[in-house]
Design a protein around this ligand. Structure first.
Ligand SMILES: [Zn+2]
Length: 346
């Protein structure tokens, strides 16, 4: 693969190719944008273009350096990310980075460090990184990859060149799903539409287990009554196998997926409510049921429910008790839904 394989980020590719040719690459970068839009892929292709033995602004994919980078076997490229089952990048990992940078590059004029999930550094790690960024060696190129700029300290931000990666277009996501993941055209189109420009999100949604769990959810949610909150939460945790998970991060990731499913369901109801049946909805197989359901709810109620879901997603990363967070969300949703029916139905 080379830059050609990520042509959907053309503007950013041109920017960096220009910097490679004119030898004006900054020492520290932040690549920011939502998950699953190719930031890590881009940073690896950038490293390949820089280290490639053939002159030019893109990787040849055939030289020894290019081949070794594909197998993560090139001595001047390092990737740092949170360790397994840890939410944060720890100070030890940043100290390791300092040690790496104290040694000159072995085979190139640069040493490239890619820090994934850089918005997950704890205080100590941030301090350590800041020290490195205050006086980086001339051969260092440090790339921080993050989904949110706000969670990176201002003192670090001010020392980095910031590149914002936009979400991919529906067509780009669809083409990637068809070409790289062998998903059929119709399904790819549907997934691309609901993925919010993220390939990662679209592929997660496409796996069959995810579809089965989602179907279960929609069938249940359509029939809920106001007093079903606790039994529903319990069934949900069982059906989605969240109860059995012991590692908090894994649990959080499943609950995030689950909350997204709620988001898609209520988003569909809102589309049915305001847009009629011609608009794109995700749960096409439930179109009639959703249209009928949407008639019993006001726009205001649906917006309020979507807000509750959005807030739960935001709190998920900061909450240790994810079961409780889920229960609270469901209780609030049902409360809004059943206490605010249009007056004609009360
Ligand atoms: Zn090459």
């Amino acid at each position: 693969m080379s830059f050609k394989s990520i042509s959907y980020q053309n503007r950013i590719i041109r920017l960096f190719q220009n910097a490679i040719i004119t030898d004006r690459l900054a020492h520290a970068h932040i690549f920011v944008g939502q998950e699953g839009i190719g930031k890590t892929l881009f940073s690896k292709e950038l490293a390949k273009a820089i280290f490639c033995q053939h002159p030019g602004a893109d990787a040849c994919d055939t030289c020894n350096n290019c081949k070794r980078m594909v197998t993560d076997n090139f001595p001047d490229l390092f990737i740092i990310l949170p360790e397994e089952n840890s939410r944060v990048i720890k100070i030890e990992q940043l100290k390791y980075l300092q040690d790496i940078l104290n040694v000159k590059p072995l085979e190139s004029k640069y040493k490239i460090i890619i820090i994934q999930s850089a918005d997950r550094m704890n205080e100590e790690a941030s301090n350590c990184l800041l020290k490195t960024l205050e006086e980086p060696p001339l051969y260092a190129i440090i790339i921080l990859i993050a989904t949110s700029l706000e969670s990176i300290r201002a003192t670090i931000r001010s020392r980095c060149q910031i590149t914002r990666f936009p979400p991919l277009s529906i067509t780009a996501v669809r083409d990637i799903l068809v070409n790289n993941f062998q998903i059929d055209n119709i399904q790819a189109e549907r997934l691309a539409f609901i993925s919010n420009g993220s390939v990662e999100r679209a592929t997660t949604l496409s796996c069959s287990d995810a579809i089965k769990k989602k179907n279960w959810l929609v069938n249940r949610i359509l029939e809920l009554g106001i007093n079903d909150n606790l039994t529903f939460s319990k069934d949900l945790l069982n059906e989605w196998h969240i109860q059995d998970l012991e590692v908090l991060e894994e649990k959080r990731s499943h609950v995030r997926e689950l909350i997204f499913s709620f988001l898609m369901y209520y988003r569909d109801l809102l589309i049915c409510k305001i847009g009629g049946s011609n608009l794109h909805i995700y749960h096409v197989d439930w179109r009639d049921a959703l249209i009928s359901k949407s008639q019993s709810l006001s726009e205001d109620v649906l917006f309020r429910i979507l807000n509750v879901i959005k807030t739960s997603l935001e709190y998920l990363d900061y909450n240790a008790n994810v079961n409780l967070l889920l229960e609270n969300m469901i209780t609030k949703i049902l409360h809004i839904q059943f206490n605010n029916k249009p007056s004609s139905l009360q």
